[in-house]
Design a protein around this ligand. Structure first.
Ligand SMILES: [Fe+2]
Ligand SMILES: [Fe+2]
Length: 328
């Protein structure tokens, strides 16, 4: 069969249903079958291509959504990173201002410390001026005041008071008789028994002392001591007749230290008592003149040799400062 014949056959092929009346060209059936086969194959290829295209579309779609999801996550992460950076910056700022505030506070505290120290120095200077005036006037020796101060500190410490209070009671105690600056000399230096009138003038030194010490917080304890150091535990003292714990603790302590030192020192009107005799007088006064609890502490200090040690230390330090002189 030539090429032309084949061409003719193809051109004359009718795919429509065959007319049974028409004579059949030889080989037409075979050709038709082949053609149908080819069409089927083409259909199959087509549908496979379609399926592949659909599959591809699905895969593409999936990939797109995964990419979108990734992009979203990336966006969120970027946002979170920005927020974290802002937060860190805020935190750093807060820490900075906190540090600045602390430094400012420390500076203020330093200034307050300096101011307090200055106030304390001024107060202590005031005390030494007052004492100088009082010792000149009263002939009270400096050593009496030094011993009273040390006894008071030892008692306060023994009672378990905090260190600042021990120090405050100590420096405040030296002003107990500061009001005597107003007492006339002839009464102060009298070597005879005082009349009632003279005694009422003496009593005034407690009230004057409290007034002289003004209103500053620094002298609050000192004012209490000046006013109350002649009060008695049983309420029979002066100037107010206060009793028991109505009398400030500092004044109750000073009262014992002051009386003990007065008894054991030489005065114009009497000789010095021995330490044992002085201690016995204090013990006898427990519950009457003195707070019994403080007396117990004082007696314990005496037994331990603390009072004796204080007395000799004060004597030695004064001998160092004023060689050749002796306390009046
Ligand atoms: Fe006094
Ligand atoms: Fe005194």
């Amino acid at each position: 069969m030539s090429n032309d014949d084949t061409k003719d056959m193809v051109e004359t092929v009718d795919v429509s249903p065959r007319d049974p009346d028409l004579p059949q060209a030889p080989g037409a059936d075979v050709f038709r079958q082949l053609l149908h086969q080819a069409v089927r194959v083409a259909d199959m290829a087509n549908s496979q291509a379609m399926r592949m295209a659909l599959d591809f579309a699905k895969v593409y779609e999936r990939e797109q959504s995964v990419r979108k999801e990734f992009e979203n996550q990336l966006k969120q992460m970027t946002l979170m990173e920005k927020q974290a950076t802002r937060y860190a910056e805020d935190l750093a700022g807060m820490l900075r201002s906190e540090r600045e505030r602390r430094q400012e506070l420390e500076r203020a505290l330093d200034q307050e410390r300096i101011a307090n120290e200055e106030l304390r120095r001024t107060g202590l200077q005031g005390i030494s001026h007052l004492l100088l005036a009082a010792t000149i006037k009263d002939r009270t020796t400096g050593t009496h005041l030094q011993r009273v101060r040390r006894y008071v500190e030892a008692i306060a410490e023994r009672l378990g008071l905090p260190e600042e209070l021990v120090e405050e009671f100590g420096y405040s105690s030296v002003m107990h008789d500061v009001g005597k600056i107003h007492t006339p000399d002839h009464i102060l230096q009298s070597e005879h028994h005082l009349s009632d009138d003279e005694f009422s003038v003496i009593k005034q030194h407690c009230i004057d002392g409290e007034k002289m010490l003004g209103t500053a917080r620094f002298f609050e304890t000192a004012r209490g001591i000046a006013r109350e150091h002649h009060e008695r535990w049983d309420g029979k003292g002066y100037p107010d007749g206060k009793k028991g714990e109505e009398i400030s603790l500092a004044a109750r302590i000073v009262s014992i230290a002051d009386v003990f030192d007065a008894l054991t020192s030489k005065r114009p009107y009497k000789d010095a008592w021995s330490a044992e005799a002085g201690l016995r007088a204090i013990e006898t006064g427990a519950g009457e003149r003195f707070d019994p609890e403080i007396v117990a502490g004082f007696v314990a200090l005496a037994r331990e040799g603390v009072l004796e040690r204080i007395s000799s230390e004060v004597a030695a330090s004064n001998a160092d400062e004023h060689p050749g002189s002796s306390a009046k």
